[in-house]
Design a protein around this ligand. Structure first.
Ligand SMILES: Cc1cc2nc3c(=O)[nH]c(=O)nc-3n(C[C@H](O)[C@H](O)[C@H](O)COP(=O)(O)O)c2cc1C
Length: 190
């Protein structure tokens, strides 16, 4: 797949088929993710791939973030229907058969922590694009970070920082294309 095509056509998927993608496909996606750049080449990340009962137990705990999401959705004036959709998605991650959790090392140095978080974000984007190239859907999610302590405890990584999670699997529904804002891009000296 052409890189620009992958970037433009990747979407956040919130409805999944139950089939678990072949492990070798997931391995290719994860390998591409791991080739992301990282500050000082620290590669400060750790990936957990969950399916079966581990996926179910993790998703059940992640859904505890709904209580934190509701007041924020209301404050953001998200319409009732939109709120219902968000809650439904967070309850079961759209039925995705596999969930990937990305954690990063914590450091007391704020500058290095910033680098670690940005490095983790680069890994996430690689992962999303590689998954898309493999015909898999994903949805970068930080909503579950509201219950990061519980999720890190479940992962057995209480000393890490939960960066994000993503469901991954075959999409069951074509997602909408959220429009992009007009942004100021300045060209100086051209
Ligand atoms: C840092 C980050 C956090 C996100 N967290 C969530 C989330 O918790 N739940 C969710 O449904 N989508 C989440 N998204 C997906 C965005 O809603 C989505 O990327 C955006 O609406 C644009 O849609 P697209 O990805 O289909 O282009 C997140 C995306 C990013 C980059």
């Amino acid at each position: 797949m052409d890189l620009y095509e992958a970037i433009m056509n990747r979407r956040s998927h919130r409805f999944y088929k139950p089939e678990v993608p072949p492990k070798e496909v997931l391995e290719r996606v994860i390998n591409a993710a791991l080739w992301a750049p990282s500050g000082t080449n620290a590669q400060p990340w750790e990936i957990t791939v969950l399916t079966g009962r581990f996926r179910d137990e993790f998703v059940e705990r992640a859904a505890h973030c709904i209580a934190h999401m509701i007041p924020r959705l209301k404050a953001a004036n998200v319409p009732e229907k939109g709120q219902e959709l968000v809650i439904k998605f967070f309850k079961d991650l759209g039925g995705a058969p596999v969930v990937i959790a990305v954690t990063i090392f914590k450091t007391a140095d704020p500058g290095m922590m910033e680098a670690n978080i940005q490095s983790g974000a680069a890994l996430m984007q690689n992962l999303l694009l590689a998954a898309h190239a493999e015909g898999l859907g994903t949805c970068w999610m930080t909503g579950p970070n509201f219950v990061a302590v519980e999720l890190l405890d479940y992962l057995g990584k209480p000393d890490r920082h939960l960066l994000a999670i993503t469901p991954i699997g075959y999409s069951a529904k074509e997602p909408p294309v959220p429009p992009r804002k007009e942004r100021e891009v300045r060209w100086l000296g051209f």
